[in-house]
Design a protein around this ligand. Structure first.
Ligand code: Q46
Ligand code: ZN
Ligand code: ZN
Length: 316
């Protein structure tokens, strides 16, 4: 297989694009594709300040690298979840993020979840019974809350995450199976800012996971290979596996499913009920001030309060 641009040996063959490229041309292609997505979905302008949520994985560090190469002002935020006591997965993630920021002379904000929430993620889930089998619900809640806070406090124009096509399609597939119209109405490459909520974008949404992995490898980005141990056995991974099998049989199925969905919604062919649109009636949390759907405290602050109460009860 030869590179379509220069005829050298191809480093990657992207069957769904009918495109094979050598390493050098692939390293040009990824930023070009990212820039196209940024423009197509009006994610942000060249002068905007971007906050990239980094986990130490290939997608988020790859995205940070691409944005910097494209000339954007991009700073990073790392949220220390303390998934496994901070010794294995979590610690390795922070080490990789710090090393990347240092090597490229970039600013990295780090937030320590136990210091914020009163406990690491698995412990908080256990104490609040929010994670009967998995701590992912508390984890998602804490990540959304903290990322939003850092983006707003730092007056960033936009918060960027490294979600790739495989992530987006798996979520779309899950939401479609459940006909979760509320989630379908909100899923997309760019989520507008609302009072108290930062604008959120996913510039890698049209790149497959194997492409972001190839990019990170070819750029020699030192990233964490392991997934979070709690991801194992999740419905999301089952959907990813199914979709990979479909893609192997029908190259382009994933991209077409995702882009057709976005086009149908954009054109109004797929009319999602108004009621499913983001709730316009939001209240400021009485403790932290972030928006919440019901008057009083937001779910994050309630969780934090319960963690503290449980810990106090256990120590007395
Ligand atoms: S939600 Fe769950 Fe992830 Fe949090 S606990 Fe791990 S698997 S990191 S995307
Ligand atoms: Zn080439
Ligand atoms: Zn709150």
């Amino acid at each position: 297989m030869k590179c379509r641009k220069c005829g050298a040996a191809a480093a990657i063959n992207m069957r769904h694009h009918r495109l094979a490229l050598c390493g050098n041309h692939f390293l040009e292609w990824v930023p070009e594709q990212t820039q196209r997505a940024i423009e197509r979905y009006r994610m942000f302008a060249p002068t905007d300040r971007v906050l990239v949520a980094v986990s130490g994985g290939k997608d988020s560090l790859g995205l940070w690298d691409v944005l910097v190469r494209l000339g954007y002002s991009a700073e990073g935020v790392y949220i220390g979840l303390v998934i496994d006591g901070g010794v294995g997965y979590s610690n390795q993630s922070l080490v990789r993020c710090r090393a990347f920021a240092q090597a490229h002379d970039l600013t990295l904000y780090t937030v320590d979840v136990p210091a914020e929430l009163g406990a690491g993620i698995p412990e908080a889930a256990r104490l609040t019974h929010r994670g009967q089998q998995k701590p992912c619900s508390v984890c998602g809640l804490a990540k959304r809350h903290i990322m939003n806070r850092v983006a707003l406090e730092g007056a960033f124009d936009v918060l960027a995450t490294g979600h790739n096509l495989d992530d987006e399609v798996a979520v779309l597939f899950g939401n479609t199976l459940a006909w979760a119209t509320g989630y379908l109405a909100r899923q997309g490459p760019a989520l507008e800012a609302r009072p108290g909520f930062a604008r959120k974008v996913k510039p890698f949404c049209r790149l497959q996971e194997r492409e972001t992995a190839a990019y990170a490898l070819l750029r020699r980005i030192d990233y964490v290979y392991d997934e979070c141990p709690h991801a194992e056995g999740s419905t999301n991974l089952v959907h990813k596996d199914l979709l990979n099998r479909l893609e192997a049989e029908r190259p382009g199925a994933k991209l077409s499913f995702y882009l057709s969905f976005l086009r149908a919604r954009e054109s109004g062919t797929l009319a999602l009920p108004e009621a499913a649109q983001p709730n316009s009636e939001l209240h400021a949390c009485t403790t932290c001030g972030q928006p919440t759907s019901a008057p009083g405290e937001c779910t994050y602050c309630r969780t934090k309060r319960r963690v503290s109460e449980k810990k106090q009860a256990a120590s007395s």
